[in-house]
Design a protein. Structure first.
Length: 316
């Protein structure tokens, strides 16, 4: 097996927390050849998708955790699989990279997750396909719509559609003097879409991450608890992760979303749940593998590699 990994610079990751590193480690433990790419290493030449890649070896050493081989230009379709693990922002450069990866898919490589799904399933907006398990939500550009939504619910969360790690997420309550400037900032004066959701007081019990491998939930979730004085539970925003068994309501949400992920060839996703409501569906580079593995006897990255192996076996 030869697998490529498109990711952010490996020199800047924290191997104690990084889910992509764990995926690479497990692929290496299986004896697979791993090729390292960053987004600017992808290209198309006369209809053929190429990557400027280097062989990658990783070590469980916080001081020196990777070795890279010499750079080679290789047809992406010659790889068995490609993990697209580039973090957002989901901008046009990211979209362009999915075109190259979709061509690689047509030319023989299994891309995880599907490039088409990465374009189609915005992590915030895709929740609208599952309204029965989501809090009241609007996506709009119009200030009047946000104000009406706030008047109805009196306590709301407003956020951009293209961020990650809790960036630019605002809690807005009725009577706040900053309502206008928050809406203007997120919509760039009504020129870009943003999202608002009813505030979920259950956030005090954590913003839960359910990891989905090939449409099935991992039996444990990570509840991300907000730091004191914070609304956001995101680990990148200072939240603290507590692993716990999956609940019946979490399984119910997973049972509704899971089959749709499979249809779209989304092999690895992270569902964000507050209380019993789905708030986001993360498909670009979901994290929290290491935290759950450390708390329970799981090996989530290995499960993903086995699922990739099985999918390749069924299609060849």
């Amino acid at each position: 097996m030869k697998i490529g990994v498109v990711m952010d610079p490996i020199s800047s990751i924290n191997i104690k927390k990084d889910s992509t590193f764990e995926m690479i480690w497990q692929a290496q433990q299986l004896g697979w050849d791993v090729e390292y790419l960053e987004m600017n290493d992808l290209s198309i030449d006369n209809g053929v998708a190429f990557g400027d890649m280097r062989s990658l070896k990783v070590m469980q050493n916080a001081e020196e955790w990777f070795e890279l081989g010499d750079n080679r230009r290789v047809k992406l379709g010659d790889l068995d699989a490609i993990l697209m693990r580039k973090d957002p922002p989901f901008d046009m450069e990211f979209v362009y990279s999915t075109y190259i990866l979709e061509l690689a898919e047509q030319q023989g490589a299994l891309v995880v997750n599907s490039p088409k799904a990465l374009r189609d399933c915005n992590e915030k907006a895709y929740c609208a396909w599952f309204p029965d398990v989501c809090p009241d939500t609007i996506i709009t550009r119009k200030s009047a719509d946000f104000r009406a939504f706030l008047a109805k619910h009196e306590d709301i969360i407003v956020k951009p559609l293209d961020g990650m790690g809790g960036a630019s997420i605002f809690r807005v309550q009725a009577g706040s003097p900053n309502v206008g400037v928050i809406i203007e900032t997120l919509t760039h004066h009504e020129s870009t879409y943003a999202m608002a959701q009813r505030y979920m007081p259950e956030i005090v019990d954590g913003d839960k991450r359910i990891l989905m491998v090939n449409g099935e939930p991992v039996p444990f979730v990570l509840a991300r608890l907000a730091a004191k004085g914070e609304t956001r539970g995101n680990l990148a925003a200072g939240g603290r992760g507590v692993a716990q068994p999956i609940s019946d309501s979490d399984r119910h949400i997973a049972s509704i979303v899971g089959p749709e992920l499979v249809k779209r060839n989304i092999m690895f996703a992270g569902l964000d749940v507050i209380g019993d409501k789905l708030t986001e569906i993360n498909v670009t580079s979901p994290t929290c593998i290491k935290e759950i593995n450390e708390a329970y006897d799981t090996n989530i990255a290995l499960d993903l590699m086995r699922a990739i192996e099985a999918k390749l076996a069924s299609t060849h």
